[in-house]
Structures are given as C-alpha cells and as structure tokens.
Write a protein that binds this ligand. Structure first.
Ligand code: MEV
Length: 447
C-alpha cells in the first residue's frame, strides 16, 4: 500500500509491505523545508522522523548519540575507550537526478550545511543536479620486484588473464553472484629507484561495497600465481585509492539572480580560474568541495580518508587542478560540473554496523552505492559554488561569525533562546568573545 504524508510544504511517499505496521519511505517528495533552521532541535528531529519514516530507535541513534551501544563500537577498532561525536545537520533543497533528498552531513565546521542548502536552492528551479558514473570499478595492485625480464613477464601475465581473473573471483562468490567480481586485468612495467617493477592491476566491479576488503583479498590470492608467471617476488597487494575507474560526474545550473547578478557570476568564474591557475588556491578550493563530500561520507559511515586520497590524487593527475569547472551560459546563469572518484559503499563496514550511519542512509533513501555517489558529488559541487559565491560577495567570515557567535554564547553558559539573543548582540557589536558573552548573559539574567 502506498500513501503520501504531508508536513508543511514537504511531503513523502510511504509504502507498507503486506499487513505489517511498518511504513517505509519511498521518496521525499520535496526537500525544501522552509524555516527548518528556525525549529528547535527536537522539532527538527520530529519533522525528519516523519519525512524519512524513522523509527524511535533510529531517531534515538541520531538525536541521542549517547544511546549508541558501546559494544558495537568496541568491536569496530582496537583499544576502544570512548566515542567522538560530531553534529549531524540536514542539508535541504537537493534535487538530484529528479529525486528529492534530505542530506545528513556530519561536520564540526559552521556554515557548511547552510551553504550547501543555499546553493542547492539556487540550482533547484533550473533542474537541480544530474549525475552520471563510470560504474563501481576498483583497482587492486600487485607489485612484483626482481622480475628478470619484465616486458616478457608482462606478456606472460596477460596471457594468463582468464586464470588470474577466475582465481580472483573464486575469493568472492557472493560478489560474483550479484554481478560483480574481477572483470579485467592490466599490467604495467614501471621504473623506480630500485629498478623496473611489474605492476599487475585487477579491475574489480565491487557493486554496492566500498570494496577494499574484496579487492585486497583478491590481490593477495593471485600473488603466488603472479610470482610463478613472472619469476619475480610479489611485495604489495593492495587497492589503489586513485579510483579513477569509479568516477561520478555531476552538473547543475545555478540561477544568476539568486547568486546576486552578473558581477557575482563573473567573480565566481574568476575565482575558479584562480584555482585552476594556482595550486596554493586550488588546495583551498578543493578543500571547500571536500567539506561537503566528507560530511556525507562520514555521516554514512564511509571511509573519508579513501575519498580524500582519491579526490586529491585525481585532481593531481596532469597537474593539480580543480575538481569542478564553471562556465557562464548565454543567459548568464552558471553551469558547474564536478568530476570526482567516489569509492563509497552501502554494504559492509561502519555503514552497515553503526546505528547512526544506518539511520543516515535511511534518511537519504539511497538504494545503491552509485546513487549515494551521485548525491555526494552533487553536494561537493553545491558546497564549492556556495564557497566561491560567499568569497566573491560578502566574504566567508560573516556567515562563519554568526554561527561562531552561537558557539561562543553557548560556551559562556547561555541556554535555549538566550543563545541567539546573545549571539546577535556579539555580531552587532563585532565583538565575538566569550568574556563579552558572559557579560551580556549576566546583564540579561539581572534584568
Ligand atoms: C573553508 O572550510 C572552505 C573555503 O576556504 C573554501 C574556499 O576557499 O573555496 C571557504
């Protein structure tokens, strides 16, 4: 049975399988939740629970991280003594491939969630984001050293392609059953400080997994065969984080009026050109992209170090450059694109085990790792556009200061509504310091 629930201007389509009592969210119909930021934290959680069809346990895992079972965390890594909690904010307004998403972002930095939501709003009426991908292909490397005749050995390995691939696939019949597995092989002779090396690379379709475990197991399994074929010694057997066969490309057009007019549009293009021309600027430019990308990657329990390594190494291929491109259309709107490796998964790892990550995946409502990748790349593009707009317009500090002031007010001991009242005063006085916040708090309490 399918039904639609509506809360304010936003609604979601729910489905109930059989006679069960549990409703599952098919899709959020509209991710524009106006005034979301004005609600209290509890009201926001309730609204989200309603829109994403979250159970009490799921909303508990999100809203009350202290309730997450330490037993689960204890088994994730070694020598566990505690947990580090990050705030999760919901980015709104995202329309990706024609579908609305509420996007959980785990990040400590103020302004990021608001900025992403704002940029998504500017793209929304012009179609939102559309994305494509190259499929979930990971690369595993097998390094052979001391190979007597490397070029002849390369031929030997290529000749044994089918045998190597079937040995790799025998390691993961489940992956193969789902249509994945080792699909191809490539072999390179590279020069190094210790002479030539023969690098055999397995190309593996990892389906909905991040894939590190699957491809590392395969690389280890084929190593003895590679040694026999090459007469060398195999050392490393490990995936490459330069996941350039697992690329997502997203694009969106941003409304010039909403951006602030022609001058801002030209400024954004100039800011992007600066990044393309100068690695010092480009590092910061790409960091701004990763603010958005990492926040969703972390919220969904994925490996943000892998994503960071992939993004920056991909940006460095052919000279360090921007992961985004911007062009001004004839009608004055900006069209932006992003191209980024996206080794994220939905099955296995923290994404499956950690209750908060699981809840975040439910909020997103993504069904495949590729769909998740489309959303993450879109957030990266939105984040970058928002940063460039702020930098060429009012500057980045204004937005930062407003949120920083709230932190300062809370640090000074303010609670509830007093936080906003004091933060406003601090910003107006251009004096965002804890000491001043304490003075204002004392004053307000006296009155
Ligand atoms: C801050 O976390 C990110 C920015 O520095 C990105 C940029 O400069 O493009 C604002």
């Amino acid at each position: 049975m399918v039904t639609t629930v509506t809360g304010g201007e936003t609604s979601a389509i729910l489905i109930r399988a059989g006679r069960g009592l549990e409703w599952k969210v098919l899709m959020v119909v509209d991710s524009r939740i106006s005034g979301f930021y004005k609600l209290t934290r509890e009201q926001r959680a309730r609204k989200l629970a309603e829109l994403a069809g979250l159970s009490d346990d799921e909303i508990g895992a999100l809203a009350n991280p202290g309730r997450v079972d330490m037993e689960i965390l204890d088994h994730m890594i070694e020598n566990v003594v505690g947990a580090m909690t990050l705030p999760i904010g919901i980015a709104t307004n995202f329309l990706v491939d024609g579908k609305d998403y509420l996007i959980p972002m785990a990040i400590e930095e103020p302004s990021v969630v608001a900025a992403a939501s704002n940029a998504a709003r500017m793209a929304r009426d012009l179609g939102g984001f559309t994305a494509t991908d190259t499929g979930p292909l990971m690369i595993a490397q097998v390094q052979a050293v001391g190979v007597p005749t490397p070029f002849a050995a390369k031929q030997q390995v290529l000749k044994a392609r089918d045998e190597i691939l079937s040995l790799a696939n025998a390691q993961d019949p489940v992956l193969v059953r789902f249509g994945g597995g080792a699909k191809d092989l490539r072999v390179r002779v590279i020069d190094s400080h210790i002479g030539p090396m023969l690098i055999t690379e397995l190309i593996v379709d990892v389906r909905d997994a991040m894939g590190a475990n699957a491809v590392n197991t395969m690389a280890e399994a084929v190593a003895p065969l590679v040694e026999r074929l090459t007469g060398g010694k195999v050392l490393l057997r490990i995936l490459s984080n330069l996941a350039d066969l697992r690329i997502v490309r997203a694009t969106a057009t941003f409304d010039k009026e909403l951006l602030g007019g022609d001058e801002i549009v030209d400024g954004i293009i100039a800011a992007w050109a600066f990044a393309e021309a100068d690695p010092y600027r480009c590092a910061t430019h790409n960091k701004g992209i990763m603010n958005g990308v990492d926040a969703v990657v972390i919220a969904t329990g994925n490996d943000f170090r892998a994503i960071e390594a992939g993004a920056h190494s991909y940006a460095a291929v052919g000279g360090y450059s921007s992961l985004t491109k911007y062009e001004k259309r004839k009608d004055g709107h900006i069209i932006g694109t992003i191209e980024i490796p996206m080794a994220v998964g939905l099955v296995g790892g923290a994404t499956k085990i950690h209750p908060t990550a699981r809840t975040c995946v439910r909020i997103l409502g993504v069904k495949t790792a590729l769909e998740l990748g489309h959303v993450i790349a879109s957030v990266g593009l939105a984040q970058n556009l928002a940063a460039l707009r702020a930098l060429v317009a009012e500057g980045i500090q204004k937005g930062h200061m407003a949120l920083h002031a709230r932190n300062v007010a809370a640090t000074a001991g303010a609670k509830g509504e007093l936080i906003d009242v004091i933060a406003d005063r601090l910003v107006k006085e251009k004096n965002v310091r804890v000491e001043r916040a304490k003075e204002i708090l004392a004053e307000l309490k006296r009155d």
